[in-house]
Design a protein around this ligand. Structure first.
Ligand code: ADE
Ligand code: ZN
Length: 337
């Protein structure tokens, strides 16, 4: 990690952030005590020691296990407030936040508890943290298409809180096309659509997410670098990628940060953004990710400003273009230290 935090104040939007992935060990233990939930780790240090992942699945196993501590509206509110405070301290001005309702419903926690709990923090976020927010409901791609449809149905009473849908969890062997119907239904409801693709899965999943699901952004997408024709298409159509460099290192999608394709993708003309994914698990929030790519990949001020600009351009702020313009003006006015 960077010894000093040069890029914390650079105004940025975070477009790829799983709220369950912001559960820090301290809060996990606090919520476990509050809810009488037993964790199989004696303390926060022992839990942190478990944050060594071989791949996406080994991370997901722990990520789903720790969700057991989240039970009430207040828990989800506290989780979101903790994230928003940390994000604000790292220059995040706007956050589009993923949540995984199926993982909670399977544990007996209702859609209403999750959404309304998160909303209690989100509705006061501009006031309390200076961060505007949107909420994106993700379907688990290792669950069935029917389960996704049932989940969308369960979200109907809460759609005034929800801006879009996404697709996450174990990617390999779970191609996007399985979710054609639920993405069609979400489009008919006027929801934005994104999907994880090309994190561990092949470049063909990116193409499929665009062609079959009609997604407007690709979450991760780093494996597009393996397919020059796909890169050309993404550049031509200005499809944003929500890249997560520290996540890619921790989940071994790249051998090291120095090997990350971000500079090559920027040079190719792609609309890249930099995000934190699951910051409690991967060693850094949004500003930490910006610092890391500056320090390790040698990105200069023009590139860093471009990443910040892209984050607002790629955000779902079309219902508040005035706010987007204000954020973009903040980016242009930013003076690097
Ligand atoms: N759920 C939380 N983080 C994820 C990631 N990086 N990829 C897929 N699913 C996720
Ligand atoms: Zn993710």
């Amino acid at each position: 990690m960077s010894p000093y935090h040069a890029l914390m104040p650079l105004p940025k939007a975070e477009l790829h952030l799983h709220i369950e992935g912001t559960l820090e060990p301290e809060l996990a233990f606090e919520l476990a005590a509050r809810n009488g939930v037993a964790l199989r780790y004696p303390d926060t240090e022992a839990l942190r020691q478990a944050y060594r992942f071989a791949d996406l699945q080994s991370f997901l196993n722990l990520y789903y296990e720790l969700m057991a501590v989240l039970r009430t509206e207040r828990d989800f509110e506290d989780l979101a407030n903790a994230y928003l405070a940390r994000a604000a301290a790292q220059g995040v001005r706007h956050a589009e936040i993923f949540f995984d309702p199926q993982a909670h419903i399977a544990r007996g926690v209702s859609m209403g508890t999750v959404v309304e709990g998160l909303w209690r923090a989100l509705e006061k976020s501009r006031q309390n943290h200076g961060v505007s927010t949107r909420l994106i409901l993700c379907f688990l791609r290792d669950e069935s298409a029917d389960s996704a449809l049932t989940t969308l149905e369960a979200a109907r009473p809460h759609l005034d809180r929800i801006t879009g849908i996404g697709l996450d969890s174990a990617e390999a062997g779970h191609p996007p096309a399985k979710f054609r119907e639920v993405y069609r239904a979400a489009a008919d409801l006027g929801l934005h659509r994104v999907a994880h693709a090309g994190e561990e899965g092949p470049p063909a999943y990116i193409t499929e997410a665009l062609d079959v699901l009609g997604v407007e952004r690709i979450d991760h997408g780093l494996r597009c670098a393996e397919d020059p024709a796909l890169v050309e298409r993404l550049v031509r159509d200005r499809v944003p990628l929500t890249l997560c460099p520290l996540s890619n290192v921790r989940l071994r999608a790249v051998d090291s940060l120095a090997d990350h394709p971000l500079p090559a993708l920027l040079d190719a003309g792609l609309m890249c953004t930099v995000n934190s994914d699951d910051p409690a698990y991967f060693g850094g929030y949004a500003g930490d990710n910006f610092d890391a790519v500056r320090d390790t990949l040698g990105l200069g001020e023009d590139r860093l400003r471009e990443l910040a600009r892209n984050s607002f351009l790629a955000s779902f702020l079309e219902d508040d273009e005035e706010l987007r313009a204000a954020y973009l003006a903040e980016v242009e006015a930013y003076v690097f230290p």
